[in-house]
Design a protein around this ligand. Structure first.
Ligand code: NAD
Ligand code: IPM
Ligand code: MN
Length: 356
């Protein structure tokens, strides 16, 4: 198979982990006789430094022209500590999602058995957890009108959803539920928010098209509690942009670490595959970031954008084998991990390649 992949590492550990994700794709192409070509482009802080723009037109054009994008992360402490900065790395990420129509963000919460003790949640509560989040990605409070009034003394962000926007993400989630445990939880705040009442109305209507799927509606506060209390109760979850952002960082603790969670951002055109984590300033440049989220994002890319199931399985299997061998990055090590089994980003990447 011939495919063109755009690699967009972005900022901080995005650079470090995406290098490993790319190496895994290269190895897969070699092993399965595919011809993958690559190009790179700038986004985020590195793009602002080079061009003044967090998403240069050139990057967007390259994204549109490629078969899939392997994305890292954006963000820099300079902006996090300066709320008044007008041009910010995150604007590049949000514009990319909007411009490419990436309305569905799939975030699988996959717990590898070897990491049962890496979580702060009790193993007997966790064992067997397997959740697939559908986070709506191009609407909600992220993309509504925002601004200041009263001489800057009041700020607002407007949350907005249309029937069409809820319908299309709901259908994606119901379709996935049909291929899994036929259970879907829709998470909203319909007891307070009008957008959530529209959300619930639409999900209830779409549910009629999927009579086999058992649907549950939960308020977001309760869902946040249930995730930790009883993660196995969850199968497919569909939720709005902001709730999905927060709940999936919480759910990363079911998988052991932010460094384990991959995602697929899909819509009508090119798909973007990205870890759920950010640029992690606290560990940038130390060579200790867990590359598995990028590697598992590469597996989602092979599966979803290229339909290469066997290749995607081979990547997941390599992750499993590395974990079985006892190798751990710092974030997933626990008290029982011998210090000589703790590896950095590159060494973990090399270990992965041995199993491919
Ligand atoms: P973060 O996800 O970058 O980091 C949160 C914590 O998880 C940190 O302690 C970090 O060290 C740890 N962590 C994250 N990924 C890891 C990995 N692969 N291996 C080991 N540990 C890992 O979130 P944050 O600290 O709130 O944000 C940092 C910056 O990243 C901010 O500028 C933020 O805007 C940006 N951000 C970007 C994205 C994205 O590009 N998709 C996502 C989240 C945050
Ligand atoms: C994510 C991030 C982004 C989001 C930020 C950096 C804009 O947290 O990809 O989860 O909130 O969507
Ligand atoms: Mn997030």
């Amino acid at each position: 198979m011939k495919k063109h992949i755009l690699v967009v590492p972005g900022d901080g550990i995005g650079q470090e982990v995406t290098a490993v994700g790319k190496k895994v794709l290269e190895r897969i192409a070699e092993k399965f006789n595919h011809e993958f070509t690559y190009d790179e482009a700038l986004i985020g802080h590195v793009a602002i430094e080079a061009t003044g723009n967090p998403l240069p037109d050139e990057t967007l054009e390259k994204m549109r022209a490629s078969d899939a994008v392997l994305f890292g992360a954006v963000g820099h402490p300079k902006y996090d500590n300066d709320p008044s900065a007008k041009v910010r790395p995150e604007q590049g990420l949000l514009k990319m999602r909007k411009e490419l129509g990436l309305y569905a963000n799939l975030r699988p919460i996959k717990l590898f058995d070897e990491l049962l003790s890496a979580s702060s949640i009790k193993p007997e509560i966790l064992k067997g957890s397997d959740i697939l989040f559908f986070r709506e990605l191009t609407g909600d409070i992220y993309f509504g009108e925002k601004g200041r009034k009263d001489d800057g003394k009041t700020a607002y962000d407007i949350a907005q959803y249309s029937v069409y926007e809820v319908e299309r993400i709901a259908r994606k989630a119901f379709d996935a539920a049909m291929t899994r445990g036929k259970k879907l939880m829709s998470v909203d705040k319909a007891n307070v928010l009008e957008t959530s009442r529209l959300w619930r109305e639409v999900v209830q209507r779409v549910a009629h098209e999927y009579p086999e799927v058992q649907v549950e509606h939960q308020f977001v506060d309760s869902a946040a509690m249930l995730l930790i209390k009883d993660p196995r109760r969850f199968d497919v979850v569909v939720t709005a942009n902001l709730f999905g952002d927060i709940l999936t960082d919480e759910a990363s603790q079911i998988a052991g670490s932010m460094g384990m969670l991959a995602s697929a951002s899909i819509g009508d055109g090119t798909g973007v595959y990205e870890p759920i984590h950010g640029s992690a300033h606290d560990i940038t440049g130390k060579g200790v970031a867990n590359p598995m989220a990028s590697v598992l994002s590469a597996a989602l890319l092979l599966d979803i954008s290229f339909g290469l199931k066997e290749e995607a399985e081979a990547v997941i299997n390599a992750v499993d084998q590395v974990l079985k061998s006892g190798i751990r990055t710092r974030d997933i090590a626990d008290a029982s991990t011998p210090s000589d089994m703790i590896r950095g980003t590159e060494a973990t990447g090399e270990a992965l390649l041995k199993y491919l």
